[in-house]
Design a protein around this ligand. Structure first.
Ligand code: ADP
Length: 488
């Protein structure tokens, strides 16, 4: 490996198919690089149709025995997997930071978050209850049972290369499904390390397979995943544009779908909010992962009465943020994933300024190696600006002010997306009104930390289909079978 690890066998550059580490059929590979320096880290097997078909076959052959286990029997290797992920937190975090860029401490937190999904779903599988339904007739019994869907496919993004893998694989495996996973082209190494730990945990060959690929190869992998008749479900996290294409492709074989797509989250500060909490939450939710999360607040609506105070406090909080290579101690935010990420942020900021926004802090990309953009604060932002219409996916806060609650709610809901929203207020009535009126799958009230393995995560509208985490997360990997039994 190009970075120092305690356990060098966690560094894997091949695909994982049927419990074996394999090169691609034609021996081709693609480069993975460090976004903080641009340096090449690894050459990873570039999978395509052939490898994906092999992986689907392995997953099909492994399915019957895995599904036949009791939930408790499946929980045993899953719990070992969770424990191994937590035990190897330092190495996993080092790999994650190297390929993704986030500060080491954030990477450690993500690894433990990833482990929490495995532990939680191992337990929750034991509670996938069916029902006995009171009958309309005495000679017939009505029952339902929950059964695993079968072979499933997962496609994960680069922003949380560890947690998005287990948020899909853990409920799938716990439910009794098998999985073929395609990690993002920028960040396959963390997923492959998780694969190594899954084998050590005793998850049987073929139950969890990984087929990495680059951007163009991903299309071939995706084609097999969305059309192969043996695949029963696709779970995807990524952009709305790609999600729609995959959903359309899945229609041909009526695959079950879980889609976690883009967001455009409003962050609402009311005049009676605790501003210390609002500012602290804004900094946490926005600058974690340098703004590259689908639940990052993207539109800040601050009541006119507290606008000046909020902006002033936020400005000083932002000036204290340290940006740099995620490996350096004390760094709050690292680089963006790529130069393309920086270009999008630049375009959003330039567009806002050209339409009258006022630059308060930052506003430039950093010179030198790596794809860095400075934490940036803009005020006088309006709905006409690009940054209010699309996810910026970078460390930029744009603030608008409001006075009237009903116009605020109209503006907050004026988007095709509906993933998350944040509200800051001390009034129970106002919180009730606003949380119920927001068209989003998740609402954070007086907090910016809203993702947890125990609660359902997912979006309204074009932000997706289905929920991850919680009992809903495992239910989405199961079918309900109704048994209508007549007896004498
Ligand atoms: P982002 O903008 O976050 O990179 P994408 O939707 O482009 O979001 O990528 C998310 C995941 O989807 C990645 O694993 C990527 O490789 C994969 N992906 C992108 N395009 C396709 C496609 N046509 N078929 C299958 N997977 C794809």
């Amino acid at each position: 490996s190009t970075i120092e690890l305690r356990d060098s066998r966690l560094w894997r550059e091949r695909a994982l198919i049927n419990g074996e580490w394999v090169t691609s059929e034609r021996g081709v590979s693609f480069d993975v690089s460090d976004p903080a320096t641009g340096a090449c880290l690894a050459h990873v097997a570039r999978c395509g149709m052939h490898e994906t078909e092999r992986a689907v076959l392995a997953a099909s052959l492994a399915f019957p025995a895995w599904a036949a286990r009791t939930a408790k029997e499946r929980a045993e290797p899953l719990k070992r997997w969770a424990a191994l992920i937590a035990e190897n937190v330092e190495d996993l975090a080092a790999i994650l930071t190297a390929e993704q860029g986030k500060p080491l401490q954030d990477a450690r937190n993500e690894v433990l978050f990833a482990a929490s999904f495995v532990e939680w779903f191992a337990e929750e599988a034991k509670r996938t209850y069916g029902e006995v339904i009171p009958g309309a007739r005495r000679d017939v019994s009505f029952t339902t049972v929950q059964e695993p869907i079968g072979v499933t496919a997962g496609i994960t993004p680069w922003n949380l290369p560890c947690a998005m893998v287990t948020r899909k694989a853990a409920p799938a495996l716990a439910a009794g499904c098998t999985m073929v996973l395609k990690p993002a082209e920028d960040t396959p190494l963390t997923a492959l390390a998780l694969g190594e730990l899954s084998l050590r945990a005793g998850i049987p060959p073929g139950v969890f397979n990984i087929v990495p690929s680059d951007r163009s190869g991903s299309q071939s992998v995706g084609e097999v995943m969305t059309t192969h008749p043996a695949v029963g479900k696709l779970s995807f996290t990524g952009s709305t544009a790609v999600g729609k294409k995959l959903a359309a492709a899945c229609a041909g074989t009526m695959k079950r779908l879980s889609l976690e797509l883009g967001g455009n989250s409003p962050f609402i500060v009311c005049e009676d909010a605790d501003l210390d909490i609002a500012v602290e939450s804004a900094v946490f939710a926005k600058f974690r992962n340098a703004g590259q999360t689908c639940i990052a607040p993207n539109r800040f609506f601050v009541h006119a009465a507290v606008h000046e105070a909020f902006v002033q406090q936020l400005r000083s909080a932002m000036q204290a943020l340290r940006q740099g290579n995620g490996r350096m101690p004390g760094v709050h935010l690292g680089p963006l994933i790529s130069d393309a990420g920086v270009r999008k942020v630049k375009a959003h900021v330039a567009d806002a300024i050209s339409k009258g926004a006022k630059l308060e802090v930052g506003g430039q990309a950093l010179d030198g190696a790596g794809s860095f953009y400075a934490p940036t604060l803009l005020t006088a932002v309006t709905p006409e600006m690009l940054m209010f219409q699309e996810e910026t996916f970078g460390p930029v806060i744009g603030v608008a002010s409001w006075r009237d609650e009903s116009s605020l709610l109209e503006a907050a809901n004026a988007t095709r997306f509906g993933l998350a929203a944040y509200v800051f207020s001390r009034s129970a009535d106002r919180i009730h009104r606003i949380t119920r009126a927001l068209e989003t799958g998740i609402v954070g009230v007086n907090t910016g930390a809203i993702a947890t393995e125990v609660a359902p995560f997912g979006g309204f509208k074009e932000s997706g289909i289905g929920r991850e985490g919680a009992r809903q997360g495992i239910a989405d990997f199961m079918e309900t079978k109704f048994i209508c039994q007549a007896y004498a």
